[in-house]
Design a protein around this ligand. Structure first.
Ligand code: PGA
Length: 262
């Protein structure tokens, strides 16, 4: 099954509105150029900080270029000071939202159950969740990687929508915590092992058709130098890029690393 690849830029808490506009415009121009020369083999999503979402959106004119939030509240609206709801993201132009990033899990106390509720809330407003999974270094060293991934996934399955078309409207991102922002990415073999395992779990839970349609991204120290080897793995459908997404040239080089899979 042919899956459309995705390359997602997670800008985290970086930059001003001006920076976001400049970066979004440069990425948009690069994506449009590749689209025109038929060398674009993936969709691209930019996830700026909340305050820059709308401004970044105004610069994004290329086809195949989408906007995403970096997290959202599980609630729809009301007295939740400081929170941003899914419908607010949608109103700002987002089609996607990253959920359960390990920084949210470790620094802001998000657990599997909360991530699952946020995923359900995203589905309710028509946003496509990009849900992050991944083990810590201690868990990998203790050979618990697959167990951790399995329990992170299990929490999600219970809250997936029941209608078939909606069940295929989410994206998973495998991001080993020890590889995020460290310059030490997982090897292509380690990545394929986990992605293959995730695909197997999906098959058992949502059926073979949906499992083979779902995109599974890798994230953690992806750079222009290592992207091609990672993207060449059969169950890798793109990347979630942090540091390297803050420079248009590096980010577009990663977009270029996505091979045309025939
Ligand atoms: P990194 O971050 O590319 O800087 O390692 C990835 C992420 O946190 O999504």
């Amino acid at each position: 099954m042919q899956r459309r690849a995705l390359v997602v830029g997670n800008w985290k808490m970086n930059g001003s509105i001006g920076f976001a506009q400049t970066l979004a415009a440069a990425v948009s121009a690069g994506v449009a150029e590749r689209q025109q020369s038929q060398t674009l083999h993936c969709d691209v999503i930019l996830c700026p900080p909340f305050t820059a979402l709308f401004a970044a959106r105004s610069q994004m004119t290329a086809p195949h270029l989408f906007l995403g939030g970096q997290t959202m509240a599980e609630q729809a609206n009301g007295p939740f000071t400081g929170e941003i709801s899914g419908s607010m993201l949608e109103d700002a132009g987002c089609s996607h939202v990253i959920l359960g990033h390990s920084e949210r899990r470790t620094l802001f106390g998000e657990n599997n159950a909360l991530v699952a509720r946020k995923m359900a809330a995203a589905f309710r407003v028509g946003l496509r969740p990009i849900v992050c999974l991944g083990e810590t270094l201690a868990e990998r060293n203790a050979k618990q990687t697959l167990e951790v991934i399995q329990s992170q996934l299990a929490a999600l399955f219970g809250l997936l929508p029941t209608a078939d078309p909606e069940r295929s409207q989410w994206v998973l991102a495998y991001e080993p915590v020890w590889a995020i922002g460290t310059g030490c990415h997982a090897t292509p073999d380690q990545i394929q092992e986990v992605h293959g395992f995730i695909r197997e779990q999906l098959r058992a839970q949502v059926g073979a058709t949906i499992a083979s349609a779902l995109q599974i991204l890798y994230g953690g120290s992806v750079t222009p130098d290592n992207a091609a080897a990672i993207f060449a793995q059969p169950d890798v459908d793109g990347g979630l890029i942090g540091g390297a997404s803050l420079k248009a040239e590096a980010f577009l080089a990663i977009v270029d690393a996505y091979p045309k899979k025939i």
